[in-house]
Design a protein around this ligand. Sequence first.
Ligand SMILES: [Zn+2]
Length: 416
Amino acid sequence: MGEPISVGSFQGMKSLNKSAILNVVRQHGLISRAEIAKLTKLTPPTVTNLVGELIDTKLVVETDLGESTGGRKPIMLRINSSAFHVVGVYAGPKKVKAVAATLDGNVITQVEARYVENPTCEQFLATLADVIEKVIERANPKMESILGIGVGMHGLVDSEQGVSIFAPHLNFRNIAIKAYLEHKFDLPVEVENDIRAQAIGESWFGQGKCVPNFILFRVGTGVGAGIILDHQLYRGTSFTAGEIGHTIIDINGPKCSCGNYGCLESMVGGTALAVRAQQAIRFGKKSILEDMVKGNIELIDGKMLYLAAQQEDQVAIDVLEDTGRYLGIGIANLINTLNPSLIILSGGVFGSADFIMDSLRKTVERRALAKPAHAVSIVISELGENAIAIGALTLVLKKIFTSTGLTDALFETINE
Ligand SMILES: [Zn+2]
């Protein structure tokens, strides 16, 4: 994770202490210098000195007077959130979306683009750079306020090197995204797997805030989980932790993109739902889905299933309820393995939550062990359609605000 700060060096210590102060200010919203000294255990003169430096960078500002405990009312400090921006990018299997947000995660503008058909690595990177350039242009053309870029990339990602190791849907290997974008924009860049980036976003801005052990469970084209243990993202030995989509739910199930049979992803991800509806219709079941696609059942998609289910179409209802059961089995496995207190569900399929959640919850109740099942809440993400991009920009915020993350380079960016 970035350059390690040498604790022995004075400069390094100063950065660590500055980050600690920044984080305390962020967490409290409004705080006095005296309270900062108490919480960080730094001496009051050190706090005054470092707060002065932070005020010079405009990251921290003095604001309304706080409550007095008898004497003079103390001057309060807060993060100058709206003076700076971070960029978050979701590089998905088909398109890329970039957002710019203030330091409190408030998205102010966004740009989206599709890749060209079967893009080369160069074309992929060019599309990435193009949307980032456009979103920066809209947020702050002179770039003074932009502190960094975070990328949530689908597929397998080495987040230490910022390299996409394998992107299955585009069939790319070893793309040095961080190096390319840092060179192009001269800004710090963080790269993480898309779902894991969202998990970090959930831990800062979503329902996972202040929850030590939770799992983000995302169902889209792919199916995966971002695992937060003791407030930290768990990546595993080779960055593959959370690949719940390739755990096997039915040994006789359909073939999966990974080559195996009956993986969770092959039963609930991407086109699996439409394929089950098509099969039911081919077996002779009546469904309004057929009318919706004028007989061309290859065109059935997830949204149609939801609309048909709303009109009490039994084929659509069965497909969605079965999806809830399969998801329930996958989630029960996660609950039994990791004993989280919260599971956050996300992704397009939960647009049909009305028809999925009942069978999902019942399956979890039946299949998970009683003790961990009682300890867990299952909710649907509230971060909305920008969830992954927000997660990606949180990667940058984490670097700025956590005591092990801040690099001097970032302060140099601000001071320039
Ligand atoms: Zn698989």
